[in-house]
Design a protein around this ligand. Structure first.
Ligand code: GRG
Length: 279
């Protein structure tokens, strides 16, 4: 992924020099796992499409993901000091700059996603998917539900709904976008469903790691369990949460075999590496 790291950095270089630009770079280049870009590249590969066709969209996704983490860490939301093993953006800079860095990354993502003039119809469709999955009917809704509706709930379905929007939407987006770029828009809705399942598994795993790992191992403050936030582990217990997570990952792998004209081997390997991740 060295090529992708350089690509992200070069997008930031294109912006005028400023404090907000350096705050955007600080968070974007902080060693994230790049799971959303990897999902996009891997699905393109499965369809036999050159990965560079996905560069702009992979970059846009990582920018939106990074903006969401910057804003999630702010005192008004989760109030975290540590992210990806380093001070959060507002700790390294200040709150106002962190808000602007998030705004800058969100807006820049749409600039980048919409500038693919070689395939303007894919650019339009992918930009639309990005907006749907990231906005107030997607990830933003999930964050809102998480902060309001589910506090104190004992209903796992309510928690599942939060995960579906907060985590699932931004994992569905790369799968959906890759199917559009590959000219397989007939598969987009099915990828949406698969991404939601992957998101649920991924979030349950995040909750498991939140309990099992120290902040140093996890690279972020273990704030969810400590803040008495409702988590899958809290509601289901550790064993049941881990069983559900493994079952969901397995279902994702077998569902990835059901797309015609798609070689699922690389995607299954990626899902397995996500299932066995240690951070
Ligand atoms: C502020 C609109 C807004 C949304 C915030 C992303 C998010 C929504 C909150 C962050 C907290 C959280 C646990 C989100 C669920 C998704 C998740 C597990 C994010 C972490 O993603 P990774 O593991 O992070 O891909 P890295 O650091 O590897 O990029």
């Amino acid at each position: 992924m060295k090529r992708f790291e350089e690509l992200l950095n070069s997008y930031i270089d294109r912006l005028p020099e400023s404090r907000v630009r350096e705050a955007m770079r600080y968070s974007l280049m902080a060693g994230g796992k790049r799971i959303r870009p990897l999902l996009l590249y891997t699905v393109l590969k499965g369809y036999g499409i050159d990965e560079t066709k996905g560069d702009a969209y992979a970059s846009a996704l990582e920018m939106i993901h990074t903006y969401s983490l910057i804003h999630d860490d702010l005192p008004a939301m989760d109030n975290d000091d540590l992210r990806r093993g380093r001070p959060t953006c507002h700790k390294q800079f200040d709150e106002a700059t962190a808000i602007l860095a998030g705004d800058g990354l969100l807006t820049y993502a749409f600039e980048i996603a919409s500038e693919d003039t070689e395939n303007a119809s894919a650019a339009l469709a992918c930009t639309h998917i990005l907006a749907l999955m990231a906005g107030a009917g997607g990830m933003v809704l999930g964050q809102d539900l998480d902060m309001s509706e589910v506090s104190g709930t004992t209903d796992f379905e309510a928690v599942r709904k939060v995960h579906r929007y907060k985590t699932g939407c931004l994992l569905s987006a790369p799968l959906m976008m890759a199917s559009v770029i590959a000219g397989h828009s007939e598969d987009t809705e099915k990828w949406h469903q698969l991404g939601e399942k992957l998101g649920l598994a991924f979030q349950i795993q995040d909750d498991v790691m939140d309990v099992k790992l120290t902040p140093e191992q996890f690279g972020k403050s273990t704030s969810d369990a400590n803040n008495d936030k409702v988590t899958s582990v809290g509601l289901l217990g550790m064993d049941e949460a881990e069983n559900m997570m493994n079952r969901l990952y397995k279902e994702c792998m077998s569902e990835s075999d059901t797309f015609s004209g798609f070689d699922s081997r690389a995607l299954k390997e990626l899902i397995e590496s996500i299932r066995t991740r240690t951070k």
